[in-house]
Design a protein around this ligand. Structure first.
Ligand code: SF4
Length: 347
C-alpha cells in the first residue's frame, strides 16, 4: 500500500489527540493558557468532532448529562441611556421593540409561573438600564421573596451597573445570582460602547462577589472582536470566578448598528463553546441568544460543550418553541435539572 493511503485523514497523527490532551490538562487542574485557548478557536473543521468529544469529557466530569434551563423576563424594555452598539434597547437603536417601564407584580409573578411550568431552574429578571433606580430596586426587593416562596425558583437579576450597597440589598432580599456580562474582551470594549467601560463592568461583578451573590457573566460573539479578544474575556471570567457564563451569538436586528462577520459559522460557534468549556471547565456554560440562528441544524452539538440554555424567547427576539428544546434534550439522552435538584457542579 502506498504511503499516501496510510491513514490519510490524520497525516500520521492521532486526530484529535491534541484536544484530548487539553481535556486531560484541565481535568488535572491545570488551566488552559491563552495560546491554547486561541488554538481551540482555530481548530480545523475536520477535527471539530474530536474537539467536541474532549469538551464533552470535561462537561460530563462536572455536570454529567444535566441541562439547566433558564427563562428570561424582560422586566423593563428599551429606554436605556447607554449606547451599546449591539443592543436594540440602547438610546442609539432604531429597532422597533416594545418600550415599557418595570412590569407590575402580577406580570413578574406570571413570568415565574411560566418558568416553573417550563422546568426552568432559574428565572432571570432583566431590566434595560445603566443601573437600577430606587423604584426598580424596590420592585425587585418586593417580588423576589414572593416568587421564591411560591415557586422555589433560583433568581438571577440583571439590572445593569450596581453599587456595593445595591448588590448587598439584592442579596438580602433573596436574589441568588446577578447577571452582568463583560460582553467582549477588554481591548475591544470601547468599540462597542462609549458610555461605560469594561472596568465599570468588572467593578459591578466585584460588588456582586463581595455581597456573596453568584456571578453570571458572559459575552456576545460576532461583534468584530478577534479570537484573542474572546480568549481574553474567557480568561477574565475564569479569574473573576464567575459561576455561569452565557455565550451569545450576535443577532442582527434591523435598526441596530452591528452586523455579524462571515467567519461566525455554526462550526465556529461550536469551537467557541468548546473554548469556553476548556478555559472555564467547571463553570456553567449557557448557549444564549442567537443559538437557533447561528448553530442552526448543529444546535444539539452545542450541548456537548455547554450545559444550559434559555427556554423560550430572548429579550427582544424570539427563541424556538420550548417543545423543540425538550425534544432536543431528550434525543441527546440528556436530562433537565430543575430548581429542586442540586447542581452537581462543585464550584
Ligand atoms: S446597558 Fe444593557 S440595556 Fe442598556 S444599551 Fe447596554 S446592553 Fe442595552
Amino acid at each position: 500500500m502506498s504511503e499516501t493511503l496510510d491513514c490519510p485523514s490524520t497525516n500520521g497523527t492521532i486526530e484529535g489527540g491534541r484536544w484530548q490532551s487539553f481535556a486531560d490538562q484541565v481535568l488535572a487542574g491545570n488551566p488552559l493558557t491563552a495560546e491554547q485557548a486561541a488554538e481551540v478557536l482555530t481548530c480545523p473543521d475536520s477535527e471539530l468532532l474530536s474537539l467536541l468529544d474532549a469538551a464533552y469529557r470535561v462537561r460530563r466530569h462536572y455536570f454529567g448529562n444535566q441541562v439547566q434551563l433558564y427563562l428570561l423576563m424582560n422586566a423593563k424594555s428599551g429606554l436605556c441611556p447607554e449606547d451599546c452598539s449591539y443592543c436594540s434597547q440602547s438610546k442609539e437603536s432604531e429597532a422597533e421593540i416594545p418600550k415599557y417601564n418595570i412590569l407590575n407584580r402580577e406580570k413578574l409573578l406570571d413570568g415565574a409561573r411560566v418558568a416553573k411550568e417550563r422546568d426552568a431552574r432559574t428565572y432571570c429578571i432583566v431590566i434595560s438600564a445603566r443601573g437600577p433606580n430606587e423604584r426598580e430596586m424596590k420592585a425587585v426587593e418586593t417580588i423576589v421573596p414572593e416568587i421564591k416562596e411560591k415557586y422555589g425558583l433560583h433568581i438571577c437579576a440583571c439590572l445593569g451597573l450596581l453599587t456595593d450597597e445595591q448588590a448587598q440589598r439584592l442579596k438580602a432580599c433573596g436574589v441568588d445570582r446577578v447577571n452582568h456580562n463583560l460582553n467582549t474582551g477588554e481591548e475591544h470594549y470601547d468599540k462597542i460602547c462609549t458610555t461605560h467601560t469594561f472596568a465599570d463592568r468588572v467593578d459591578t461583578l466585584k460588588a456582586v462577589r463581595e455581597a456573596g451573590l453568584e456571578m453570571c457573566s458572559g459575552g456576545i460573539v460576532g461583534m468584530g472582536e478577534s479570537n484573542e479578544d474572546l480568549v481574553g474575556m474567557a480568561i477574565e471570567l475564569r479569574e473573576l470566578g464567575v459561576h455561569s457564563i452565557p455565550v451569545n451569538f450576535l443577532i442582527p436586528i434591523e435598526g441596530v448598528e452591528l452586523e455579524v462577520p462571515e467567519h461566525v459559522t455554526p462550526q465556529y460557534c461550536l469551537k467557541t463553546l468548546a473554548m469556553f468549556r476548556l478555559v472555564c471547565p467547571d463553570r456553567e456554560i449557557r448557549i444564549a441568544g442567537g443559538r437557533e440562528l447561528h448553530l442552526r441544524s448543529l444546535q444539539p452539538l452545542g450541548l456537548y460543550a455547554a450545559n444550559s440554555i434559555f427556554v423560550g424567547d430572548y429579550l427582544t427576539t424570539k427563541g424556538q418553541a420550548p417543545d423543540a428544546d425538550y425534544a432536543m434534550i431528550k434525543d441527546l439522552g440528556f436530562e433537565i435539572v430543575t430548581s429542586s435538584e442540586a447542581s452537581i457542579c462543585s464550584h
